[in-house]
Design a protein around this ligand. Structure first.
Ligand code: NAP
Length: 248
C-alpha cells in the first residue's frame, strides 16, 4: 500500500520538519497551509528536489467546506490517505483571562480543536474498515500546555490542547477496532515562529534555563516522534501520549 500523509500546518515549524521527514521515509505528502504559500511551496520544492512526492494544499482547517475540499484534492492527486498529522495550531498575545474576548477564544478553539475534529472525521471516513477502508494512523499535535495550563500566557490555547488530548483518547477507542491508530505528541518549548504570535519571539531562550534539560527542542525532534507513531514500528500503540518537553 502506498503511504500518503496529510500534514496540516505543514508550511512551517513542526509541520515543515514532519512533512520533510515523512517524504524522506517514502510518504507522498500533502502540505497544508493557511496563508503562507511561499513557505508551503518551499517545503514542496525541497521534497521534490530530493526525489519525493508532495503537493501544497491551501485550506483553513477551521472551515468545514475547505477541509472536505482539501481531502478530495489529496485523494485525487496523491492517492488514498494513510496518515494524518493534525498539527496546524494558533495562539495569540500572552495575557490573562480578564483580557480574553469571546472572539479570541472561539478563534483559538475553532482552529486548534474544531479543525482537528474535522480532519479526523474526514480521515476516519476514508481509513475505517467500517467504511471499506484499509486503515491508517492519526497523530494529533497537542502541547505540554495541556498539562501546565499556560497561566498568564494563554489559558485559551492550553484549554484547546487539553481538549485535543481528550479527542485523542476518545477517537482512539472509537476506531481501534476499525484499523485506525490515534496517538498524540505533546511538545514543550520548540524553536518555531509560533512564539512570535504570543508576542515573544525569544520565549524559548528566556525559559530554557528552567527546563530540566536546560534547552529548547528542535522541530526535527518532534517530527521523529510523529513519524514513529505513524509507522508500523508502533503498531500496538494507540491512545498514547508522547511528551517531547525536555523533562518539563
Ligand atoms: P508555527 O511555526 O506557528 O506554524 C503554524 C502552522 O499552522 C503554519 O503552517 C500555518 O500556516 C498553519 N496554520 C495556522 N492556522 C491554520 C489554519 N486555520 N488552517 C491551516 N493551517 C493553519 O507553529 P509550530 O510551532 O510549528 O506549531 C505546530 C503545532 O505544534 C501546533 O499545534 C502547536 O500548538 C504545537 N506546539 C508547538 C510548540 C512550540 O513550542 N512551538 C509547543 C507545543 C505545541 P501558514 O504558514 O500559512 O500561516
Amino acid at each position: 500500500m502506498n503511504s500518503v500523509a496529510l500534514v496540516t500546518g505543514g508550511s512551517r515549524g513542526i509541520g515543515r520538519a514532519t512533512a520533510i521527514l515523512l517524504a524522506q521515509q517514502g510518504y507522498a505528502v500533502g502540505v497544508n497551509y493557511l496563508n503562507n504559500k511561499t513557505a508551503a511551496q518551499s517545503v514542496v520544492d525541497e521534497i521534490q528536489q530530493a526525489g519525493g512526492k508532495a503537493i501544497a494544499l491551501q485550506a483553513d482547517i477551521a472551515d468545514e467546506t475547505q477541509v472536505v475540499a482539501m481531502f478530495k484534492r489529496l485523494g485525487e492527486e496523491l492517492g488514498t490517505i494513510t496518515a494524518l498529522v493534525n498539527n496546524a495550531g494558533i495562539l495569540f498575545q500572552q495575557t490573562t483571562i480578564e483580557n480574553l474576548s469571546a472572539e479570541r477564544i472561539n478563534k483559538v478553539l475553532s482552529t486548534n480543536l474544531t479543525g482537528y475534529f474535522l480532519c479526523c472525521r474526514e480521515a476516519v471516513k476514508i481509513m475505517s474498515h467500517r467504511h471499506g477502508g484499509k486503515g491508517g494512523t492519526i497523530v494529533n499535535v497537542s502541547s505540554a500546555a495541556a498539562r501546565l495550563g499556560a497561566p498568564g500566557e494563554y489559558v485559551d490555547y492550553a484549554a484547546s490542547k487539553g481538549a485535543v488530548d481528550t479527542l485523542t483518547t476518545g477517537l482512539a477507542l472509537e476506531v481501534a477496532a476499525y484499523g485506525i491508530r490515534v496517538n498524540c505528541v505533546r511538545p514543550g518549548l520548540i524553536y518555531t515562529e509560533m512564539h512570535a504570535s504570543g508576542g515573544e519571539p525569544g520565549r524559548v531562550d528566556r525559559v530554557k534555563a528552567n527546563l530540566p534539560m536546560q534547552r529548547g527542542g528542535q522541530p526535527e525532534e518532534v517530527a521523529q516522534a510523529i513519524y514513529w507513531l505513524l509507522s508500523d514500528s508502533s503498531s500496538y500503540v494507540t491512545g498514547s501520549f508522547l511528551d517531547l518537553a525536555g523533562g518539563r
